[in-house]
Design a protein around this ligand. Structure first.
Ligand code: ATP
Ligand code: MG
Length: 595
């Protein structure tokens, strides 16, 4: 391609909503333009890179044995109602009524539709295993679309769905996808970290995320230095803390007046205590019941862990009215004492169970309680019992009381005795062992060898194509622009004719360009009638990995310069050898990304 005939609108200025470097550079290098919040047009350079990424993904997923299909993005709401995800997916799902009053969904993912396909087609174990995948637009009404293609409302996803006859089969299908993902990210030039992840509203039994470590990432990777453990923050399990030495257990609890002082910070400064000496009480609603989570003042409840601690039920923070009804006090004064008779479940974090003594809300507006001893003043475990004895009031219904890990890991926590470290990352892909949630609800069943009907065992596997591009730029750039990995660069080589108006220069550049083209190199010729300085600036900005510079002076000496985008100086080679040397360099860069 010739630069003079390509639409590459590079710009200096970026809109103020471009917060991270990849978003800024994608606009500046003329890869994308915004249409509206979270929707982008991919311009010729951007689309070339995106297509190359798609092709790598397609090749590797094909190698794994999965088969490409295309399901509609416009899907009947009814299928989503049958799995319950029209509700569970929450407001992120785009749904609307058509002119006939039928509900529709713009696909955020496609478990329902692909399982519906399997339900109609799969009859026998002989058709299993099978893995269907597609590469198509997905739609999510993200609460906060931002960071350009990293979190947009329409994006391209590779999504695959495996169907197996048994759990061993699922393990194999899962491993094939997991391995394909490793190959894909390596080929895309991305250094990735694989972390254990939670399954969330997907449902299922196990999951891994593929994450690109970088400062702007919205995910937190929690890991141990020796690499023996890596999980995302939603999942990262922490060791119980050592039990604090018990202070004087004879000290009685003491109510203190704390007028209008409800927040942890306010109580701490008023009572001259520290957040880690406070016991926080949160009230949740879960399927018509109330649940209370008890954690230390300086910790945060991990709702995914809390959800799993009560058997995977849907939970949400209770509204003000419920909180007031349960605690008998205004919001801000809840405490664990006596709540075991008022809620149906009470889950206490390990860190609270390890406390010797703490301060907590008094379940009485404007009051807190000091000298509260966990296990003495409120139970740490039990079911219709109190301190191992029958409930004092036998008519009162006691909560199920349990200690569990229900908080986010923090600095200083350990896992299996090893210190946990934290870093930020962008999730580019995720694999899930789904089990039978979707196949049961949508009737994807098969007859096994003995003629018995069984639900297919499923896995699902997603990769965000646009995020691959954005994170490649995020981790590889400098003050002048993008530094593409060769595999997903819009072009492999840029031939820059510094003085296009000099016939010798133009001719030499053209010859090298033609030779490269004929050798199958993806090459762009900068043949614009512009100053060299402008061309070099654009070259650095759009980040093509290899530049062949053809200038008046060097051509007069029979030479050109070959330079890598990663290096500040190039090397001089003779005009005759230029094309061959460039091809060798292309091959050596490609070699590094081979799998
Ligand atoms: P996140 O937690 O970042 O919202 P997710 O876990 O909901 O993502 P999945 O349902 O696992 O996403 O989708 C598979 C892949 O699709 C993700 O790994 C990610 O690469 C990509 N993806 C998800 N949401 C978006 C989005 N809003 N914009 C661009 N890519 C996305
Ligand atoms: Mg995910």
């Amino acid at each position: 391609m010739r630069y003079s005939q390509m639409f590459i609108p590079t710009v200096k200025e970026v809109p103020s909503d471009a917060e991270i470097i990849s978003h800024k550079l994608m606009i500046r290098a003329g890869l994308i333009r915004k249409v509206a919040s979270g929707t982008y047009t991919y311009l010729p350079l951007g689309w070339r890179s995106l297509r190359k990424t798609i092709e790598i993904v397609r090749e590797e997923i094909n190698k794994s044995g999965a088969q490409e299909i295309l399901v509609p993005s416009l899907q009947p709401l009814e299928l989503w109602e049958r799995t319950g995800r029209s509700v569970d997916y929450g407001p992120t799902i785009f749904s609307f009524e058509d002119r006939h009053g039928k509900g529709n969904v713009l696909s955020p993912t496609a478990e329902e539709v692909v399982t519906y396909l399997a339900a109609g087609e799969i009859k026998s174990y002989k058709q299993l295993p099978v893995n269907f995948y597609q590469i198509s637009a997905k739609f999510r009404d993200e609460f906060r679309p931002r960071f350009g293609p990293v979190r947009s409302r329409e994006f391209i996803m590779k999504d695959a769905y495996s169907f197996d006859a048994n759990l061993q089969g699922l393990d194999k299908s899962y491993k094939k996808m997991y391995d394909a993902y490793c190959r894909i990210f390596k080929r895309c030039g991305l250094e990735y970290v694989i972390v254990q992840a939670e399954v969330g509203e997907m449902g299922g039994s196990g999951s891994h995320q593929f994450t690109i470590p970088c400062e702007s990432g919205e995910d937190t990777i929690v890991y141990t230095e020796d690499g023996s453990y890596a999980a995302n923050l939603e999942r990262a399990a922490v060791d119980p803390l050592p039990k604090q030495k018990t202070e004087d257990r004879r000290q009685k609890t003491e109510e203190v007046h704390t007028p209008n002082i409800g927040s942890i910070e306010a109580v701490c400064s008023f009572l001259k205590t520290q957040p880690e000496q406070m016991i926080k009480t949160l009230i949740y609603s879960t399927e018509g019941e109330t649940l209370t989570a008890i954690i230390r003042g300086d910790h945060d409840v991990n709702e995914e862990k809390l959800r799993l601690a009560i058997g995977g039920k849907h939970i949400e923070l209770a509204d003000e009215k419920t909180i007031e009804k349960v605690t008998g006090a205004k919001v801000g004064f809840a405490g664990p004492m006596g709540l075991e008779n008022k809620v149906s479940k009470m889950i206490i974090d390990h860190a609270v169970a390890a406390m010797a003594v703490g301060v907590t809300g008094a379940n009485k507006t404007d009051y807190h309680v000091k000298n509260v001893i966990p296990g003495r003043d409120f139970p740490l475990e039990g079911e219709n019992t109190y301190h191992g004895l029958p409930a004092r009031d036998t008519t009162a219904r006691m909560a199920v009381v349990r200690i569990a890990d229900i908080r986010y890991a923090t600095e200083g926590d350990t896992h299996n005795g090893k210190k946990l470290l934290f870093k930020k990352g962008i999730e580019v892909g995720q694999v899930f062992k789904l089990g039978t949630k979707y196949s049961e609800k949508l009737g994807a069943k098969f007859l096994d060898e003995t003629g018995q009907e069984k639900p297919c065992i499923m896995g699902c596997y997603g990769i965000g194509i646009n995020r691959i591009l954005a994170s490649a730029i995020e981790i590889s750039n400098d003050d002048n622009g993008i530094i593409w990995p060769i595999s997903i660069a819009p072009f492999e080589v840029l031939v820059t004719a510094v003085n296009q108006d000099e016939p010798e220069v133009a001719k030499t550049a053209e010859n090298i360009y033609q030779k490269l083209l004929n050798s199958g190199i993806d090459v762009l010729l900068d043949d614009r009638d512009l100053r060299g300085g402008v061309k070099f600036k654009d070259a650095d900005l759009i980040g093509i990995p290899i530049r062949v510079t053809v200038g008046k002076k060097s051509v007069a000496q029979g030479n050109v310069e070959i330079k890598l985008r990663t290096e500040s100086r190039g090397q001089t080679v003779s005009i005759e050898k230029a094309a061959d040397e460039t091809i060798e360099l292309v091959n050596s860069l490609k070699e590094k990304l081979k799998v």
